[in-house]
Every structure is written in C-alpha cells, then in structure tokens.
Design a protein around this ligand. Sequence first.
Ligand SMILES: [Fe+2]
Length: 466
Amino acid sequence: MRSVLSALLLLALAGPQLCAALVTRGPWVGAVTENSAVLVARLEVRADGAWLEVSESPDFRGARRIEPATPPSEETPPELVRFTLTDLRPQTLQYYRVRHPSDAGRPDEATAAGSFRTFPRAGETASFRFAFGSCASTGSAHPVFEQIRAQQPAFFLTIGDLHYENIAENRRERFHAAYDAVLGSPTQRALYRVVPVVYTWDDHDFGPNDSNRHSPSRLASLAAYRDYVPHHPLPWDAEQATTPDQRKDGPIAQAFTLGRARFLVLDTRSERDAVRVPDSAAKTMLGAWQKAWLQRELLAAKDKFPLIFIVSSVSWVSNETDKRDNWGRFATERAELSDWMVAHGITGVCFVSGDAHMLAADDGRHNAYARHGGPHFPALQAAPLDRGGSIKGGPWSVAPVLPDQGEGQFGLVDVTDRGDRLDVLFRGLNQDGREKLRLEFSVPAAAGARSDHALDAHPGAVGHQK
Ligand SMILES: [Fe+2]
C-alpha cells in the first residue's frame, strides 16, 4: 500500500514535467509605457484560442482577459502569440499568465507567468534606473543576466549582438530560431519575463558580420523582428508602410518616454552603407528617412524633455576613420548631425552604445564633431555581456575597462529627477554587481538654462576605475 502511495506521489510530482509546457519560449515583455505593454511568447501549440490574464494581484483576483493581437503578417508562425495590454495604471506591478484551452484549466505556473512594472506618467518628475549592454553568445546563460534582474531596472536596453548567428540567408525561420535560442537561456528567460526589454540590433544579430543594408538576409531579419520582438510602435510602419511589403522594408527605430527623459533608439544596420565605403556626404549610417525621423524627434523633444538618450549599437565617440566599425567611419554624417544639433540648440542629450566589448564613458569633452565645436554631449558605453574584450572608439574621458576572463559587463544608469535638474549616474558593473567604472553628470530641467556647455559635470566626473 505504501509503495502504491509513494508511486502515486511520484507521479503527481512528475506531472508538470510529463506534460509539455504550454509556453516554450518567453514570454518577454516590452513596449512598456505608463499604461501599456506588449508580451510575446511561443506556445507548444497553435496560439489560436490563447488568452492572457492580467491582474494587479499576485493571486490573479479580478484578472482581466486579454485576447491575442493580430499577427504582424500572414507568415508569422502560428505558435507565436502577441498580447497588447492597455489601460494599465502607472507605476503598478502587473502580474500576467498565458492561458490556452489545452492547459486544462491549470496554467503552467513554471513557464507562463510573470510580472512587470508600468512606467511613471510621461512628462512628470520621476527618478528611475535602467540597464544596458550588448554582445552575448547565442543563448548565453551567463550570470550577468541574473545580476541585471537583481538590480530591478525599469527596463533593459539590449543594443546589439543579442546572438551571434550571423545569418546570411533570407529565411525568416532562421531568425525565429535564433530568438528561440536566446529565450531558451534560463538566465535570459528569467530576466525578460520580469524586466521589460528594449531591443535594437548590431551586425551579428541583424545579419552576417559587419552587415549593412546590402545584407542578403535583410528582409527576413526586418520581418522576424516584427514577428517575435515586443517593441515600441515603429514610426516607419506608421508613416511609410501602407502595404505589407513595405512593412518588411523599413528600419526598427523607435522612441519612448520615461518620466522627463526621452529615448530615441536607432537602427544602425538595416539602412547603413558598408563600412568600407569611402566617407562622403552621401555615406550614411541611418539612411535618409531615419535621419529625418531622428531630427524630427529631437526638435519635438527639445523644449519638452530635459534629458534625451540617443541609443545606437555602435559608439559615437571615435577618432578612428580607417579601421573600426563605429560613427568614426561615418564622420561626415556625424559632423552633419553635430552641426544640426548645435544650430538647433539641441541639448540634454546623452549617447548610449555597445558593440565595443568594454566599459567606457566620455563626459562630452571629446565630442566636438561640429564645425565650430560641440555638441559636447556625454557618451556611455557598456559591453560585453559574455564575450571577450576589445577596444574601439575614443578617446574617452573615462578610460576603457575590459572584462576579465569569463566576466560579463553591463551599464546601469540611475536618473534622479530633482525638479530643477536631473542627475545621471552611470556605472559599469560585472555579474557580481562589482563597480568597474563610473561617470556622473547633471542636466538642468529648464530649457533656457541648457546650452551645449551646460552639462554640469560633478567633481570627479572623470570617474574612477576599480
Ligand atoms: Fe559584439
């Protein structure tokens, strides 16, 4: 009798492992604002009939039922499901779980449930923290992702080389498989289920090494991003794409707001010329449409947001004009943008980049690419999440720091809104949370008080290395 009971007990314990999990990849959360979010997951079965339960209570009391959004295209795999959440309350923890008729009334708690926090109201005074970094081997289970989660950032900006698949054939399923591999990592999966992600790519995850707008896999990559990534609305799709074909053919640049900071996230791959093309006024990193979008966004943000983060896979600060892949190889376009920013009084900008496998920062002193000096905005650099070190770009006011063997590095940014000014603290950390580098600066909140020299670097702004 006892052995029968223990056999039954064993069977009960093994139950969840015996039935396949409903959710095989994700969910990952993105596009979070003060009142909305997007979740994407891959299910074991076709997603027809799936729904999402959302509640402010961990026991799902009074849960709302959310039906799936229309798939981005007819070729989106039927197992991928996307939920658009609206009418959420600001700064509120939201619990969610994916449901499907096949889960027999019992959601798979182990894989289908998670939570995230909505942002504070856009435009209102709010302090916040975000993490950023780039460059992780495909499916990396590095503990650096656990450390990022432990820091409880409002979101994680993953800005390139999310994987190293170097896909050179125009097959969308290759990119889907790469996203599957990323979300198959236990440490990444745990992170993206509870920390909203903002993702833009670099070369190895957009296409092959050093990929650009000529990449043979460009269209598949653009389409797979729209299929699988929870992203903020893509201005290209809203403005330019009136047919499904055009939707596949535009950059993934996107913008969002957190408190009194505006984030402009660039696509530095799908529109760019080959890096080896000799520099000229025609050579472009962004392409004409994206550059015009960036300028429109900067003008719109100018008197509204004291702090504007421009996010780019590759670094801005670089004197390298002949060997490395960064804005130094697009020096004419960089000078054009710098002149334009100075002429239009664009201030309060902070540049964020990855790609170079190192931590570094510049307080703005080396950022003088405009004809008559300026724009002198600071630049923050953080990578690699799990790869070996490399030095690119610069000179930097805070010297580059390379990872030790096996070490993962990322950036953590604390923005403290003090009403009359916003203090920004950037720290480069490793997987143990050990600080390896820092830069601090402030921007005044009043538009009139800002100039390109108004970046008030704190004593010790040059930072320190440990
Ligand atoms: Fe990389």
